[in-house]
Design a protein around this ligand. Structure first.
Ligand SMILES: NC(=O)C1=CN([C@@H]2O[C@H](COP(=O)(O)OP(=O)(O)OC[C@H]3O[C@@H](n4cnc5c(N)ncnc54)[C@H](OP(=O)(O)O)[C@@H]3O)[C@@H](O)[C@H]2O)C=CC1
Ligand SMILES: O=C(CO)COP(=O)(O)O
Ligand SMILES: [Zn+2]
Length: 342
C-alpha cells in the first residue's frame, strides 16, 4: 500500500505592478509583531528597507543574508527580499524557528521563489538540521521591481528554466533504471514552464514590458510548485544543475562572474548532448536570448569545466542522472568541445 503523502505549496501569490505595496495587507493576516527581513548584500537591501518602511507599525529588522544569525529566535514572521540567496536563507530561518515566510523576489533569476526547499550548497551546509522545508505562505512578486532588475538576471531565469528539459529526462531515466519514484504531474509542470518560456523566449528576451516579466515569473513559480509536489528539487534539478553546482564548488570565492541560471543553461547543453537530445536547439535558444554559450564568457577555464564534469556525479549520489557513475577526463573534454562550450 502507498504511504500517506503530503506536500506544501504557497497559499497566496500576488503579482503585478506595484505588488509590494500590498505587503502590509498580507502581513496583517498573520499575528506577527516582530518581523525579520532578510535581504541581499547591496541593491536589494534598498528594496528590503522600502518594505520595512511600509511595515512601520511593526518591530522590523532588516539583515543581510550573509549576516543573519539563524540561532536568534525573536522574530515571528520572516520576509525574504532579493534574489535566490536571501530567499533561501529566509527559508532556513523560517524552518528553524517555525516563523511563517513571505517571499518578495526582486529578480526572476531562479525558481526558488515558490519552492519549499533550499538550494544544494545551502542544504549541504544545514544538513545537521535535517531537510529544510519552508513553503512560503505568500509570494509578493512586484513586476515593476523585477522589470527594473538587470536583464542579465532575467535571462538567467530563462537559463534556469531551460534546465528542466534535462532534469525531467534524468528523472525519467532514474525511474526506469533505478525504480525511483516519479511524479508525472510534477514532471509535466516543470516541462510546461520550460515550454512556455522557450516558445516565448524571443518575444520576451529584452524584458521591455511588464508582460515579458509576467511570463517568466509565472513559469518560475510553476517550477517551485513542481518541486513542492515532488517532495524535492528533482523535477527541476538534474545533471545540468549538478554541473552548475560542481563549477560553483570548484570556484568558491573566486566565482564573481557566473550566475546560477547561466551555469544551468550551459550545463543543459552538455547534458542534452550526453542524453542524445537536440542540444543544438537548446544552444540556439540560449544564444538568441543572449545567455552565454561558452564557459569562457563567464570566466570559467576549460580545466575547471572538465573537472566539474568529471566530478558532478559525486555531489548527489542518491540522485541518478545521465552522468551515471561518472565521465572520464577525455569523455568530458570531448563533450565540452563537441558542444563548443570550451
Ligand atoms: N531553493 C531553490 O529551489 C533554488 C535556490 N536558488 C538559489 O538562488 C541562487 C541564485 O539566485 P540569484 O538571484 O541568481 O542569486 P543572488 O541572490 O546571489 O542574486 C544575484 C545578484 O542579483 C542582484 N539582484 C537581485 N535583484 C536585483 C534587482 N532588482 N536589481 C539589481 N540587482 C539585483 C543581487 O543583489 P544583492 O547584492 O543585493 O544581493 C545579487 O548581486 C542560487 O545560488 C541558489 O542559492 C536557485 C534556484 C532554486
Ligand atoms: O536550482 C534549483 C532548481 O532550479 C534547485 O536545485 P538544487 O536542489 O540542485 O539546488
Ligand atoms: Zn536552478
Amino acid at each position: 500500500m502507498k504511504q500517506l503523502e503530503s506536500f506544501e505549496i504557497p497559499r497566496t501569490v500576488i503579482f503585478g505592478p506595484g505588488a509590494i505595496s500590498k505587503t502590509p495587507q498580507v502581513v496583517a493576516k498573520h499575528k506577527a509583531e516582530r518581523i525579520l527581513i532578510i535581504s541581499g548584500k547591496s541593491v536589494t537591501a534598498n528594496y528590503a528597507n522600502e518594505v520595512a518602511h511600509l511595515l512601520s507599525g511593526y518591530s522590523v529588522d532588516v539583515v543581510r543574508y550573509d549576516e543573519v544569525d539563524t540561532s536568534y529566535s525573536k522574530y515571528d514572521l520572516v520576509l525574504g527580499v532579493g534574489g535566490g540567496r536571501p530567499i533561501d536563507v529566509a527559508k532556513v530561518y523560517s524552518y528553524l524557528h517555525r516563523a511563517p515566510l513571505i517571499v518578495i523576489p526582486t529578480s526572476a533569476s531562479h525558481d526558488g521563489i515558490a519552492s519549499p526547499y533550499v538550494s544544494y550548497a545551502l542544504s549541504q551546509k544545514m544538513a545537521s538540521h535535517g531537510k529544510i522545508v519552508a513553503s512560503p505562505i505568500a509570494i509578493i512578486a512586484d513586476t515593476t521591481v523585477i522589470l527594473n532588475a538587470p536583464s542579465r538576471l532575467l535571462k538567467a531565469g530563462i537559463g534556469d528554466l531551460l534546465g528542466k528539459i534535462v532534469a525531467v529526462r534524468d528523472w525519467q531515466l532514474a525511474h526506469r533504471l533505478k525504480g525511483e519514484e516519479y511524479s508525472e504531474y510534477a514532471a509535466h509542470l516543470a516541462l510546461t514552464s520550460y515550454r512556455i518560456v522557450v516558445s516565448n523566449a524571443f518575444r520576451i528576451k529584452n524584458f521591455t514590458k511588464e508582460e515579458d516579466v509576467r511570463v517568466l515569473v509565472k513559469a518560475l513559480i510553476g517550477c517551485g510548485v513542481a518541486m513542492g509536489i515532488a517532495g524535492s528539487s528533482r523535477p527541476c534539478s538534474g545533471s545540468e544543475h549538478l554541473f552548475a553546482h560542481a563549477v560553483e564548488l570548484l570556484l568558491g570565492e573566486k566565482n564573481n562572474e557566473a550566475i546560477h541560471g547561466e551555469l544551468v543553461a550551459l550545463g543543459t547543453v552538455v547534458m542534452a548532448y550526453l542524453h542524445g537530445m537536440n542540444w543544438r536547439r537548446i544552444k540556439r535558444v540560449a544564444k538568441e536570448v543572449g545567455l552565454p554559450t561558452t564557459l569562457k564568457q563567464i570566466g570559467i577555464d576549460a580545466d575547471v569545466a572538465i573537472e566539474a564534469l568529471t566530478t558532478a556525479h559525486t555531489l548527489r549520489p542518491d540522485r541518478y542522472t545521465i552522468l551515471g557513475s561518472g565521465l572520464g577526463k577525455e569523455a568530458a573534454r570531448r563533450a565540452l568541445e563537441t558542444t563548443e562550450l570550451i
